[in-house]
Every structure is written in structure tokens, then in C-alpha cells.
Design a protein around this ligand. Sequence first.
Ligand code: NCD
Ligand code: ZN
Length: 363
Amino acid sequence: MATIMLPGLVDAHVHLREPGATHKEDIASGTVAALAGGVIGLLDMPNNTPPIVAEEAFREKKTLFQQKAVSDYGLFVGFDGSQVAPLVALAPQAVGLKLYLDETFGDMTTAAPEALRRVFAAWPGPGPIAIHAESASIRMALRLAAEFGQRLHVCHVPHPADLDIIAAARQQGVAVTCELTPHHLFLSAEDTERLGAYGRMKPPLVPSDEVRGFWERLELVDMIASDHAPHTRAEKESATPPPGVPGLETTLPLLLHAVDEGRLTLARMIELTYHNPLRVYGLRAPADSGVTVEVGEAYRLPATGYRTRCGWSPFGGQWGLGRVAEVRLRGQVVWQGGQCLAAPGYGQPLGRAHESGQDATAQ
Ligand code: NCD
Ligand code: ZN
């Protein structure tokens, strides 16, 4: 069995559900799942209950992470269409501002042009404005980013055609970066019949010709992020299943298998899952950290038995390669032999790479 050393993954799109929905996941279970998946740092989204749109909610969530996290982390602030001033005040502590321009799980969708103009005018950085946007709203956000000189990050790009639109805007000087999810690269709309609500997420899976389109355009993509969005089985099997799938523990074996198949190089995988998430969000790599992966035969990913509280995966039956044997974080072994060795609160906020966050979109 060969052993490879990786710097670890930085997953820039994660929903750990605390506060508000800890029956799905909490900071302890979610950051343990992160380490199990070789993820040393994650960026947590603001669609909590309460939504993280003001100082008190941000402060409370930050305290919870300080007490409970075992991986490193960064926290987004969100915008609910009302107050901009608290976001400006929180900007130095947040990794970025998340805007929901289209409906998804949570209660933060803001598409009113007046509200968007206010927030694009006011956001001071240094983190980018990250958007959940399906095609038409991507164009609108690109226009706003150009008009207000903002750095824009398009989360989970829904269609390959959107990558072309983003690339064209970048050519015209818009400071835009983007991400793809593993589920859009390794599952397709053809899987939704088999998966039912377990294959339902926002943006939805696309037909296999579009999946091919994503792979053909991988050079236009800055990062792969899981959009780890756990919901319980009972919720998924209810009459109104919420969108979202877990992913912290499956990104690495899925991508290592794709590397083995020659679909991308190992260096490009590391760029997409480590260097670029840090670059885009202007963050510093934790020192003396890394992941030891044992690589044997390719295997079928299990459908159950994960550390995420929701306990299931939409990737059951997909090919994977490599198993995380050990994770080192800031000089300490935090994961070994399937066990978390870090005490709650060992996780730290990811530090800023440099004061201004400038040149973060430089390739
Ligand atoms: C996410 C969730 O459940 O929080 N769901 C999803 O389908 N992706 C919300 C989101 O990231 O849009
Ligand atoms: Zn989203």
C-alpha cells in the first residue's frame, strides 16, 4: 500500500448547522467529519437559525466555534436584505459576505435590486462577496461586481455555460472566481431517480452531457468545495425534503480516484482544494499541517458509516481511492486510525494571508 502526503483540504463551502439545527450536524460532529475527510480548514455558511446577519449572532456563533471546533475554520456573514451597517462592522472578522440570490434552504434569499445595490456599495472586504446564484442572477451579480469594483465569488456554479459567462467577465476585468461541487462533477440528473430526495440539492444535478461540460471546463474553475449541507433521513424522506447533501468525507477519495483515472493531475487537485480556496479568501495556510493518505485499490464509497451526524452520503456506490490515515494540524496529530485526537476548541480561525487581501484573484 502506497502512502501519499497532502497538504490537506480547505473546504470553502460548508453548513455545520450550529446554531439552530444541531439535530442535522453541529460544530463538533461537523469538524470531526472534516478531519475524517482530510479537511483541515472549512468555511461555514451563515444560513443558520438565527441567520448570521448581525453582530450578536456572529459573536455567538464565533464563541461556539471557539469552544467546539477540532478543525480550523472561517465564518461568513450573510445579508437578509435589511441592515448593511452590521455587515460592514463584521467584515474584518468574516471570511466573506454570502448572498443568496435564489431560493434555497434557509430564509436569506435577497434578490431585490435596491438591497443588492446597497450591499455591493457598502461591503468593505477584504473577503469577497460569495453568491448562491442560478444562471440569470449570476449575470446580475457580475454587473454589480463590475459597477462597484467588488471581488465576486460564484459558489457551486450550476451549469457549464455559466463557467463561460464567468470566464468572459473575468476577461473583461471583473474580479470573479468560482467553485464547483463534487456532486456536480460525480453525479448527474440521471442519478436522481435512484437517489430520490437524497439527490436533491441547490443548484440541482445536471444531465450527464453538462457534467461532461464541467469536466471539459475545469481549467476555468478556481476551487472544488463540498457544499456539505446535511439533513436527516427523516427530513429527506418527508413530504417536503429540504435541498442539500453532505460531502466533507467524500471529496478526497472521489478526486483521488479521478486523478488515478487521469481526469486531472494531483497538483491540480491540490490547487483546487487547498491553494485556491486559501488564495480566493485571502487566508493563510495553517503551519505544520498535512494529511497522510493510504492508497490501495479503488473501492466503492459506502452509503453509510460516516462521521457526519446525518449518517448518509449521496455518493454510496461511487468509485473512491485512498483513505485518510492521519491528519496533522498546527503541529499536533488530530486524527489517526479513525479517531479524533484533538480536544474540542483545538480548531482555530484561519488567519489572513495579508492585511489587504489584495491580488487574491491573481492566477
Ligand atoms: C444548502 C443548505 O441546506 O443549507 N442546501 C443546498 O441544497 N445546497 C443551502 C445552499 O448552500 O444553498
Ligand atoms: Zn448555496
